[in-house]
Ligand binder design. Structure first.
Ligand SMILES: [Zn+2]
Length: 131
């Protein structure tokens, strides 16, 4: 399971802890996303299928955006699945802030577990000069 599993209704707290100290995706925003997604699934009585996941994931993403004050834009899927159906590789997710700041978060995964997370900040908000 990677971060959270819609199908199993579970959250991997070890994976979420890897977001500690990052910009863009944080422990709070990742946890908020997964909790909100599960709430939508369970209270909305959504099916354990792609349609249910797509709807619940959109609600999770909206919660995540509200927590960090940015808009999440998923990069192209680059994870690979091995013969045991485990996720491996790295994937980028972008976060666009209203002030023009962009953060790219890279998640590295080995056998369904996050091994490291890094974030790269572009266009940081300029320091205001005194007149
Ligand atoms: Zn999701």
């Amino acid at each position: 399971m990677l971060v959270g599993s819609y199908g199993l209704s579970q959250i991997d707290v070890d994976d979420i802890a890897k977001f500690q100290g990052q910009e863009g995706a944080t422990v709070a925003s990742t946890l908020g996303h997964e909790l909100s997604e599960q709430q939508e699934k369970q209270l909305g009585k959504l099916g354990n299928d792609n349609a249910g996941y797509t709807k619940a994931h959109a609600v999770g993403t909206a919660t995540e955006n509200a927590i960090i004050g940015a808009t999440r834009v998923d990069g192209p899927p680059t994870f690979k699945t091995d013969f045991l159906n485990r996720v491996n590789g790295s994937q980028n997710t972008n976060y666009n802030y209203p002030n023009g700041k962009n953060v790219t978060v890279t998640v590295n995964v080995v056998k369904n577990n996050i091994t490291s997370v890094s974030s790269k900040v572009q266009n940081p908000s300029p320091v205001k000069k005194k007149p």
